[in-house]
Design a protein around this ligand. Structure first.
Ligand code: NAD
Length: 360
């Protein structure tokens, strides 16, 4: 089997789907890795680093199995042969046209977002690996924008209290944000509508904010709140937020617009110089005043909504992603190193968003 590792073309994307470090393991499975020239340059990985690891530089788009990070553009889809298997973030819940374009091109698309979150698939969980990077980077951005220290500091010039950081949504990104803020010396508080995460929030040294609203949905995810619950949540959060210097929001409901947790009134109630990092910008944002992709200052509070935080830390984001894909690829090859998609496997069936059952 030959795997193609292509160069990402979306503006600002610096990750790559496979790193040199992972190539020897694929080679041991009889897999040949062909990398597009310059594919790793955004992540400081040279073509030489790939060839030294045993990969070849060449036309990666013509391989029967192509690895990508972001969803392919139409031009990229046109470079793929009919029958190609493509693995990557394919946005299956929100990019219906993109998925259709893949199907029309006869490409078998395996979306990493659709891999079932079962224990056997944990090592393939790219949503988790990238969310973890994003949670970490979100806090660094908050610290950078905040005109105050994060840690408590005692010096001859006086003592400053630690920053108060609130994280809304305590999934993978939220927990990493809490842990990172704590490592920087802030006092941390976490909130979620899934009560079972209270223990996890406490385990990273944060306090649990209990607003008395529970909304557990399917598959361990949160469900959308009712109109009344949403109003109540916004009212209680507006009250709670007044004591926080930093609010990091990560709340998402799969396939829906992100819930509005922080209203304009809540922003107004925050201390001047406060910072909100809205990690849900791509899904519409968790703060009413968010402008996805930019920084705005409203009522003296900086609201920043970065759109692709993992791309800001491409080396480790790529390394973790490559590890996720290596695990998935190993599930797709038979004992002779040939590509074989077994759709009776719930991981493969779950991930497959186009071309199921096609010869590949
Ligand atoms: P996510 O990115 O979809 O959402 C982030 C968080 O926002 C979630 O914790 C969610 O509960 C919260 N949220 C949604 N609406 C909210 C609201 N109105 N108010 C407050 N918070 C709200 O979530 P995720 O990080 O991808 O993880 C979600 C679930 O998946 C968790 O149960 C997690 O344990 C599970 N998971 C399982 C595995 C595995 O078993 N392999 C791996 C990772 C995550």
């Amino acid at each position: 089997l030959t795997i193609g590792v292509v160069k990402e073309s979306r503006p600002g994307e610096r990750r790559v789907a496979m790193v040199p470090k992972a190539v020897p393991r694929l080679a041991r499975n009889g897999i040949r890795v062909v990398v597009e020239a310059g594919a790793g340059s955004g992540a400081a990985l040279s073509d030489e680093a790939y060839t030294e690891a045993g990969a070849e530089i060449g036309d990666a788009w013509k391989a029967p199995l192509v690895l990508k990070v972001t969803p392919p553009t139409r031009e990229e889809i046109a470079k793929l042969d009919k029958g190609t298997v493509l693995i990557g973030f394919l946005n299956p819940l929100s990019d219906v046209d993109g998925v259709k374009a893949l199907a029309d091109a006869g490409v078998t698309g395996l979306a990493v977002e659709s891999i079932p979150r079962i224990s056997r698939a944990q090592a393939m969980d790219a949503l988790s690996s990238q969310s973890s990077v994003a949670g970490y980077r979100a806090v660094l951005r908050a610290a950078d924008r905040l005109p105050r220290f994060f840690p408590m500091l005692t010096s001859a010039a006086g003592t400053v209290p630690p920053a108060e950081v609130l994280v809304l949504g305590a999934g993978v990104a939220g927990l990493q944000a809490l842990a990172t803020a704590r490592r920087l010396g802030a006092r941390t508080t976490g909130y979620d509508v899934r009560p079972e995460v209270a223990e996890q929030v406490k385990s990273v040294g944060a306090q649990w904010l209990d607003l008395g609203i529970e909304a557990v949905g399917e598959g361990g995810y949160a469900r959308e709140l009712t109109e009344e619950e949403r109003a109540e949540q916004q009212r209680r959060l507006t009250e709670a937020i007044t004591k926080f210097d930093v609010v990091v929001t990560t709340a998402l409901v799969p396939g829906r617009k992100a819930p509005t947790l922080v209203t304009a009134a809540a922003v107004e109630g925050m201390p001047a110089g406060g910072v909100i990092v809205d990690m849900a910008g791509e899904s519409g944002g968790n703060c009413e005043l968010t402008e996805p992709g930019t920084d705005v200052v409203r009522h003296g509070v900086t609201i920043t909504s970065p759109l692709n935080l993992p791309a800001d830390m491409p080396a480790h984001a790529s390394e973790l992603y490559a590890r996720n894909l290596t695990e998935l690829v190993e599930l797709l090859v038979d004992d002779e190193g040939k590509l074989h998609l077994d759709f009776s496997d719930e991981i493969i069936a779950g991930a497959c968003v186009t071309g199921r059952g096609e010869e590949s």
